[in-house]
Design a binder for this molecule. Structure first.
Ligand code: FES
Length: 184
């Protein structure tokens, strides 16, 4: 084996290594680039942002807050019961409603309505919300997320299909309060 043979073999291995590293880099970069561009390129599946009925208005007596459930229209067969999404419906005066996401605005635990105190309370870190969904106390940085709603033919409909979060179009941030920083 000559010196020139050794050098050419080393050069060839070097090129092969660079080629393999490049291929691995491309494979790793694809999901990262897709993640970064996902807000722009993601597909809107059918059912995304659908108007869904929560039931007849008679289920929601004036002045009361009741639990309702809807079936997430963006669903996979394997989702099962997890696609049944609960929410809180507040009938303010028979004409005005509020529909709150059940998830706490802190870390998403399901909040519970206590009619005796007129408060929503979160079991996880003590977040408390007033009846209108605004923040009363605790670590959540804002009030409860609300769904857009409409009344049609005696039924209450909400605009759903994507879980309400800070960046979701169905989220209403009118109850934002930045009085308290989120806890660690
Ligand atoms: S998840 Fe509700 S207070 Fe933290």
């Amino acid at each position: 084996m000559t010196l020139s043979d050794g050098l050419s073999r080393r050069g060839m291995l070097m090129k092969l290594g660079i080629l393999l590293n490049g291929a691995v880099g491309v494979v790793l970069a694809v999901p990262i680039v897709r993640y970064i561009l996902s807000p722009v390129i993601r597909e809107r599946t059918s059912g995304y942002e659908s108007w869904l009925s929560l039931g007849p208005l008679g289920q929601f007596p004036t002045g009361q807050t009741r639990l309702a459930t809807y079936r997430n229209p963006v669903v996979n067969p394997a989702d099962g019961e997890t696609a049944n999404i609960p929410c809180w419906v507040r009938n303010v005066d028979g004409e005005k409603f509020q529909v709150f996401a059940i998830n706490c605005a802190h870390l998403g635990c399901p909040v519970r309505w206590f009619p005796q105190s007129g408060l929503f309370m979160c079991p996880c870190h003590g977040g408390v919300y007033y009846a209108d969904g605004s923040l009363a106390s605790g670590p959540p940085p804002r009030g409860l997320f609300t769904y857009h709603y409409k009344l049609e033919q005696g039924n209450l409909f909400i605009n759903a299909g994507e879980m309400p979060t800070t960046g979701a179009p169905t989220a209403s941030l009118t109850n934002i309060s930045l009085r308290r920083p989120p806890c660690a």
